[in-house]
Design a protein around this ligand. Structure first.
Ligand code: 13P
Length: 254
């Protein structure tokens, strides 16, 4: 399976800053190397079109929306639609990122509606899941991952289930490891990814083996190669260390 190395720029970068970083990435990855990696960038909305333009024509580079509202259009002040993201050049979306769940109170049910809607609209979805520290300490890892996955996937149509390969990726991001510098250790990451793979198999059957499971949470150039080499780790979702092109390029090459 082709590894996915994704950058979530969160609420960082003006258009000019985003254009510069995107141009550095595009130039450095111009010859398509490393060939076995798909590089995704989730910029802020205002910079989507400049980043998409910098990546135009590059099969190994793509952009995605960090958020969207699951309706075609309407009176939803402050929200953005998948049609608008498509128009700006995005082909992926994030759903269920922990900052959306915990800072903006998005429920499992809203994450589920977003997942189904984005797939219906032809987007590729990176569905984020992960436990909080107290949930891990109380032995609830498997229960939390199971609840988040099953709620998000239970309303998929049969047609959607049959065509998930290449259209759905899971990102495991333990909330306690995001932006804290506390990376989950190899044992913890392997345990969570194996749990996710087994849960996906129980929910989706054979299709589960083809779905990439990314790790996210304090990924740095210094730990990326260890993380990406672990069983069932099919890529990385990087926040802070993706903001500088050189740092992100080191992670892509690791
Ligand atoms: P950091 O890499 O800054 O911990 O952020 C991880 C993340 O939330 C990516 O979506």
């Amino acid at each position: 399976m082709r590894k996915i190395i994704a950058a979530n720029w969160k609420m960082y970068k003006t258009c000019g800053e985003a254009a510069q970083t995107a141009a550095e990435l595009s130039t450095a990855l111009a010859d398509g190397t490393p060939h076995d990696r798909l590089v995704l960038v989730f910029p802020p909305f205002t910079a989507m079109d400049v980043v998409a333009a910098a990546f135009a024509g590059k099969e190994n580079l793509a952009t995605g929306g960090q958020n969207f509202y699951p309706a075609e259009q309407g009176a939803f002040t402050g929200e953005i639609s998948t049609a608008m993201l498509h128009d700006a050049g995005a082909t992926w979306v994030l759903a269920g990122h922990s900052e959306r769940r915990h800072v903006f109170s998005e429920s499992d049910e809203l994450v589920a509606r977003k997942t189904v809607f984005a797939l219906e609209q032809g987007f590729k979805v990176m569905l984020c899941v992960g436990e909080m520290l107290h949930e891990r300490e109380n032995g609830q890892l498997s229960d939390v991952l199971s609840r988040q996955l099953s709620t998000a996937l239970e309303h998929l149509s049969d047609a959607q289930r049959e065509t998930l390969a290449g259209r759905l990726a899971i990102a495991y991001e333990p909330v306690w490891a995001i932006g804290t510098g506390k990376v989950a250790g190899p044992v913890e990451v392997q345990e969570a990814h194996a749990t996710l793979r087994a849960l996906l198999a129980s929910m989706l059957g054979d299709a589960a083996a083809e779905l990439p499971i990314l790790y996210g949470g304090s990924v740095k150039p210094t730990n990326a190669s260890t993380l990406v080499g672990l069983d069932n780790v099919d890529g990385l979702l990087v926040g802070g260390a993706s903001l500088e092109a050189q740092s992100f390029l080191q992670i892509i090459g690791s």
